[in-house]
Design a binder for this molecule. Structure first.
Ligand code: FMN
Length: 210
């Protein structure tokens, strides 16, 4: 049995284009494997608070010194980390809003980057502590950015996940969604095609082993 954590960052929850693409992938991933478990973390329905000095201080305090309020903050962050740690596969539905990642996703990232829990600093530099996972990112954008310096999301998300030790990250893009119906349909069709080919690739090792 494998566990997949589906993080959706669309303002529109299940109705966002990035959420739809992620869902299509998750359905293909689960197809024929009813034991596989899917956990959905919807950052619009259940937003993570912004990181504040008080919240960060709660992370830094020793567990025996934490006030009840600090304990609640640290436990909340620990819960998010445990959920991620227990996942074999991580799927992110990633809209672009105002030239960057949704602030809800940034707030989530700010609560899972914890020294000693998800990364540590060694003599050789930072080391991610969440190794051995595969991540898929489904990026939806109104305009066209992929492969250009104006794509602020791809390097950022890849770097952040890599910092935590999640280095195997694959992106699927649906771009030009605000550039007319024809372009939108073509982009969604191409993304669907990419999703199906990833799903087929996943099934190949199973077929070979049979
Ligand atoms: C508040 C807001 C800001 C947006 N900003 C951008 C932007 O900077 N660049 C872009 O290409 N598209 C932008 N868009 C379009 C979205 O990227 C597009 O609608 C995409 O489908 C969003 O993903 P979602 O449907 O999963 O929410 C914006 C949309 C909204 C609602």
């Amino acid at each position: 049995m494998k566990t997949l954590l589906q993080i959706q960052a669309s303002l529109f929850s299940d109705h966002g284009q990035s959420s739809r693409l992620a869902r299509e992938f998750v359905a293909a991933w689960r197809d024929g494997k009813p034991d596989n478990r899917v956990i959905v973390r919807d950052l619009a329905a259940d937003p993570v608070p912004h990181l504040t000095a008080e919240r960060f201080q709660a992370f830094l305090a020793k567990s025996e010194d934490r006030t009840p309020e600090q304990r609640a903050v640290a436990d909340y962050s620990q819960g998010l980390i445990d959920e991620l740690r227990n996942a074999d596969v991580v799927v992110i539905g990633l809209p672009m809003y105002n030239f960057g990642v949704p602030s809800t996703l940034k707030a989530y990232f700010d609560h899972i980057a914890r020294a000693g829990l998800t990364f540590s600093y060694t003599a050789n530099g930072p080391e991610g502590l969440l190794k051995g996972k595969k991540a898929y990112v489904f990026a939806a954008r109104g305009g066209l950015y992929a492969g250009t310096p104006r794509d602020t999301e791809t390097a950022y998300v890849r770097d952040f996940l890599g910092f935590l030790g999640i280095e195997d990250v694959e992106f699927v893009y649906a771009e030009g969604l605000a550039m007319g119906d024809e372009r939108k349909s073509a982009a969604l069709e191409a993304a669907g095609h990419a999703i199906r080919s990833i799903a087929e690739r996943q099934l190949e090792p199973l077929a070979a082993a049979a």
